[in-house]
Ligand binder design. Structure first.
Ligand code: 5AD
Ligand code: SF4
Length: 474
């Protein structure tokens, strides 16, 4: 079952799906009674925040059906929500499938579902269809809301169910979602990406850009706040181009102003920002906001204007640096983080030194550094002059050293100050300590108790331990 594009925006789609949920509830209740135990599910999420959010939606549907979450793959329903942004993400999934097969042999009730970005690639689906026949359901990024329908289809069929949509303009609202944290939540504001950076598979697996209506976003956030959420992360591949596709266009800065007004909401985060679309009005809104966190993730990918052009990033090194200057002029204490790719085809030592130069000039609080990974189907995969592995690895190590030196220097500059910390969980190593997060995203551990989780406290940042703090409640 393959669809080129789904253009039926059906308001009743959520209702249709909830009917499948109800039918499955009965079927699985009977199964559970027969077995004398609850039926369990496990979702393994690979990749980015977008996938993490999708997994919460899948969990919401499974919980409504009656499954209970378990933290290992020894479960009655296992889903792998996959990522394909770099080659090693695919390799990890294939590596774990053999293990799932061995579990399924022991549990005839077990159902295995594969979904997410990797499944949007024809070659992957063909391989699974041929070589991993024990998989029950394959679906993609555009139709996760159909999970109940697909489980139903699998129960009444003898073979693997495959349902991949090439693209969609459908946004289904009002389906259940099971949050990982009670006090913080991701909120999709848009889906897809139109940028086609030449190395990136995302536009091919997540489809064209489409924004949610502001009313739907605001309603969701109000409901989350009423349910105990104090921090939200607005999610989109390129949040700075939010609203362009709406019937009544609205900018991201305007959306933020509306979100800020929601009473009870304490912190607003967002990702990811594309430098080419970051407006001066957004900088202004961030500067004046009491709720937007003191952190901006601003991927630059390469410091070489020549490489940026081949990457199709649509800005030069100078554009990027001048944008950073404007941001720092408005918010001198802002914490900046970034993504950098090393070893993009054609990258010379001079190009690499330009990248290093940006790192030294901007001084990032932290940076995600990636070795270029060739993704079949992207323009860069066919480019000549791919950089040799050993050369890329050497540059990567030199970059990492620089990034880490700056990062630990910047993190330690808050030592001795008192800052607001949102308490997230009990410390894994020492249960007398609580772990919380500063507005700039840095972690702090300090003495406390579990009743503090989800609340904001003033903490004295006593000692910097490189990338985190040991603090003391004030
Ligand atoms: N190789 C290496 N890194 C990549 N990214 C995206 N595609 C590739 C690729 N083919 C990185 C970019 C992006 C981050 C999410 O992943 O830096 O910002
Ligand atoms: Fe990929 Fe570029 Fe879109 Fe980011 S903006 S998802 S890097 S194509």
């Amino acid at each position: 079952m393959r669809k080129e594009i789904n253009i039926n925006v059906s308001e009743s789609e959520a209702q249709r799906q909830l009917q499948f949920v109800d039918e499955l509830k009965e079927i699985y209740q009977k199964k559970s009674d027969e077995l004398g135990r609850p039926l369990t599910y496990h979702i393994a999420t690979f990749g980015c925040q977008m996938n993490a959010k999708d997994s919460e939606k899948l969990a919401g549907i499974l919980e409504k059906i009656g499954f209970v979450e378990t933290d290992t793959e020894v479960a009655d329903f296992v889903a792998y929500n996959t990522c394909t942004v770099r080659e090693n993400a695919n390799t990890r999934v294939y590596g774990r499938l053999g293990y799932l097969n061995s579990l399924k042999k022991k549990n005839p009730n077990m159902m295995i579902a594969l979904c997410g970005c990797m499944m949007q690639e024809d070659a992957v689906v063909d391989k699974i269809r041929k070589s991993y026949r024990f998989v029950d359901i394959i679906f993609g990024t555009h139709n996760i809301f159909k999970l109940a329908e697909l489980i139903q289809a699998r129960l009444s069929s003898k073979s693997m169910i495959i349902d991949i949509w090439k693209d969609t303009d459908q946004i289904v609202e009002d389906l259940p979602s099971e949050r990982k944290y009670k006090f913080k939540a991701g909120v999709n504001i848009m889906y897809g990406c139109n940028n086609f950076c030449s190395y990136c598979i995302v536009p091919y697996v997540r489809g064209r850009e489409r924004s949610r209506n502001p009313e739907d976003i605001l309603r969701e956030i109000r409901e989350l706040v009423a349910d105990g959420v104090v921090e939200i992360m607005l999610l989109g591949q390129n949040v700075n181009s939010y609203g362009k596709t709406l019937e009544n266009p609205m900018t991201f800065a305007e959306l933020l102003i509306e979100i800020e007004k929601i009473e009870g909401l304490e912190r607003i985060r967002f990702m990811t920002s594309h430098p080419k679309d970051l407006s001066d009005s957004l900088i202004e809104v961030m500067k004046n906001s009491k709720k937007i966190c003191n952190h901006l993730h601003l991927p630059f990918q390469s410091g070489s204007t020549k490489i940026l052009k081949i990457m199709n990033r649509k800005y030069t090194k100078e554009d990027y640096l001048s944008l950073v200057d404007r941001i720092k002029a408005a918010m001198p204490n802002i914490s900046l983080t970034t993504d950098i790719i090393i070893g993009f085809p054609g990258e010379t030592e001079e190009d690499f030194l330009e990248t290093l130069d940006v790192v030294k000039k901007v001084r990032y609080d932290s940076a995600y550094t990636f070795l270029y990974s060739k993704r079949t189907g992207t323009p860069a995969a066919n480019m000549e002059s791919q950089v040799e592995d050993s050369v890329a690895k050497d540059r990567f190590d030199r970059l990492l050293k620089e990034v880490q030196a700056i990062s630990s220097e910047l993190t330690s500059k808050h030592q001795g100050s008192i800052q607001k910390v949102l308490v997230e969980e009990i410390n894994e190593q020492d249960p007398t300590l609580m772990t919380g997060r500063l507005s700039n995203n840095v972690l702090v551990h300090f003495k406390g108790n579990k009743d503090m989780i989800g609340k904001i406290f003033n903490v004295n940042l006593k000692e910097c331990k490189g990338f985190y703090y040991i603090g003391e409640l004030v």
